[in-house]
Design a protein around this ligand. Structure first.
Ligand code: GLY
Length: 336
């Protein structure tokens, strides 16, 4: 069963990881709320889930306190390399696709599309480039210089690589280079951003964007560029992840969680997904979910995770999912 016709929902995250400096929290909250308002307005006005997640993530990319777009942390060489992806599952109009139904024996219910970019340094909003890859190329994933040339052709805002480096990110990198690795890690957390949404037509979308993990090598690509790992959408729901990318890739975290929503609520699926990730990798991660009934769920096992929701019933909510004492447990949350 799908959502009631007038229902929409949007969930966003600002990363799971270390809490970061307390002085930055009010501004991070402000950035998340502003991004949710933007995405929520798209949905309230009847816009698509894809537009809503792209607008939400692009706003978070523009904010210097999130580890995505401008504000991305730096790699081992001191430069920015960003990853992003998005995916949408759109219900197929049965009247338009009557022939398709007649000519195929399998059920055609939803059409899925995806786009992703990795290791890019010259594009202001990587999530908008992922969307261009999805809409205007025959491919799903483009990387590096080729992706940047494609971005130029698509008319996206281009920058010099140094223009993507915030003073904060440079300072964190200097600390790391000075061998105070522990402090640098603590201050950085993970800070990947992402959003999932369902619109009033029942389309489901997910988007994720990141500057990567602290200490990453030049050329490393994480889960946020990998469909099925950091981002996934299908007829059962949509998912976006944050945390240690290598663990999220090997567990295909977002695809597993999305498909599990066929049988269980987002709240339960989120909790089980993080518990399974802990069992198989001991890594730190978080996930946000929305299902086709517009139910939302999220879970993480990091020190904290910033989450916001905006839905047609309850409006906007912002949460710092509290630090947990025992690392081997998932903190869960749900908005009914
Ligand atoms: N989850 C972000 C990364 O590993 O790059």
């Amino acid at each position: 069963m799908s959502a009631r016709k007038d229902r929409f929902a949007l969930v966003a995250h600002g990363g799971a990881g270390a809490p970061g400096p307390a002085a930055e929290r009010p501004e991070r909250r402000h950035g998340m709320v502003a991004a949710l308002r933007l995405g929520g307005l798209v949905l309230r006005r009847g816009g698509t889930a894809l537009e809503a997640v792209a607008a939400t993530v692009a706003a978070l990319e523009d904010h210097p306190l999130f580890n995505a777009g401008y504000g991305s942390l730096l790699n081992s060489e001191g430069s920015v390399e960003m990853d992003a992806s998005l995916m949408v599952a759109e219900p197929i109009d049965e009247t338009l696709d009557a022939d398709a139904h007649r000519n195929h024996h399998h059920e055609l219910e939803y059409r899925v599309s995806a786009g992703a970019v990795a290791a890019i340094s010259r594009v202001r909003n990587p999530i908008l480039l992922a969307r261009e890859v999805m809409d205007r190329s025959p491919h799903i994933l483009m990387v590096g210089a080729g992706a940047e040339r494609f971005a130029r052709g698509a008319g996206l805002t281009m920058v010099k690589p140094d223009e993507m480096i915030s003073e904060r990110a440079r300072e964190r990198w200097r600390i790391r280079q000075a061998q105070r690795l522990a402090e640098a890690e603590d201050a950085d957390g993970h800070g990947t951003v992402g959003a999932v949404a369902i619109d009033v037509r029942g389309a489901l979308a997910a988007a994720t964007s990141t500057g990567g993990v602290p200490g990453k090598l030049y050329g490393r690509v994480g889960d946020s560029a990998i469909i099925g790992a950091g981002t996934f959408a299908h007829k059962y729901g949509a998912a976006s992840a944050t945390g240690q990318g290598e663990a999220i890739i090997v567990t295909a975290l977002c695809r597993e969680a999305t498909m599990a929503m066929a049988e269980a609520t987002p709240r339960r699926v989120a909790q089980e997904a993080i518990e399974e990730l802990i069992a198989s990798t001991s890594a730190e991660a978080g996930i946000i979910l929305v299902d086709r009934k517009a139910r939302m769920g999220y879970a993480h096992n990091a020190a904290t995770m910033q989450v916001g929701t905006y839905d047609s019933v309850r409006g906007l909510q912002h949460l710092w999912l509290e630090p947990i004492r025992k690392r081997q447990r998932a903190v869960i949350g749900v908005a009914p």
